[in-house]
Design a protein around this ligand. Sequence first.
Ligand code: SF4
Length: 419
Amino acid sequence: MPSIMSAITAASGRDFTATETTPARSSPVNLRMVRSTPTMRGGQRKPGATNPSRRDSAASARATAANSAVLRAGSCVCIEPIIIARGCDEVASCDSRTPARYSCRTVTTPVEAPLNPMQQAVVDALGKSPDWSPLPRTVVETVRTHLHDELADIAPRFSRDKPLWISKRRLSTIHGCETHHVATKDSFEWTTSTARGTVLHKAVELGVHWKGESTPADIVDEAIARLADSNNSIADFLVTLTPGDGAQLRSYAVDLYTRFEECFPKLKRTWRPVSESSARYELFDGAIVLGTKADLTLGLADQKVIIDVKSGGLHITHREDLRFYALVEALRSGMAPRRLATYSLAAARADVEDVSEGVLQAAVRRVVDGVRAIVAVEFDGREANKRPAVHCRWCPLNDTCAEGVAYLSRDADDNIDEV
Ligand code: SF4
């Protein structure tokens, strides 16, 4: 039978009260009885029983009764599953282990730390105004019809078995520099710089649900460990990191997560935070697929806020990325999100845009233009153009491309990073 002892109780066993049938804790023959006879209510006897002779005879039955007691007490925000950990993450001072703890049912409003100015700015930027109303669902259907009409002539070239996959990255590169797009479409490589964003997003996911006290380093270490143990393509990169690269990645990620904690208010469960939230919309029976993965979403489906977190500065293309996310979410759910926000950890500032019919139609035009350009340069042999800009910095051709070399030679210091 698995142990029901927690790390707190494992060292010495639970406190117990001697009864007629558990005479002495120090007696070796009674050790099993000691561990399974807590002073707390629930695990000791059948629920409601007062006579020791009516105690459940099997340890598993007593463990079940203990859990039942916790569930019954679940209306109290102060009570955690007592077989897991001591203390309480709602009331910092609570570490009661006595029956008196049940009197803390009266604690219903945990004291929250006041928001710092950066956190207050996030709340102000993302909050819902009293006069906000959702976009009519007929708007979403109009947008859906428009998108299908615009892509109807291209769709027959693809199929569910060989679909055309459109992501934020593909749209961004094809609209940036087509030559860069072609050069990098199959060449993504994990580095400590590209991995830090993924680690940050995993850390945010864990931080939302983390119980009790933690430090950014704790959460980042856990995030790296879980990614290394996942089916994600980053796993192979993480398990082969040198100690130096591992330390560098941890340093990057701790820096980013620390700033995230400083800038964002503690995400409440009632806000329905979801990190690394994937969404997809299939057109023409799966011949064309639009796919997204949002860093963070908050709120119910009909009033969702979609947030992209950037380590560096803000750029106009970030707004275009989020419009694509809004389009996919609207087409997938039939309900338009409420607001889009790109948050710069470096600037501690959010670029915010409400979702309107104009925003969704702009996203449709960008998707249609992007799909046509991708088909032209990847499948029809049209020569790819060159558009030197900030993306020249991370283009693999930037030491041979004349336009890129010229651009970078006059490029001023710019802290744009992609996370
Ligand atoms: S260096 Fe710049 S202009 Fe040249 S291909 Fe790369 S992104 Fe395009």
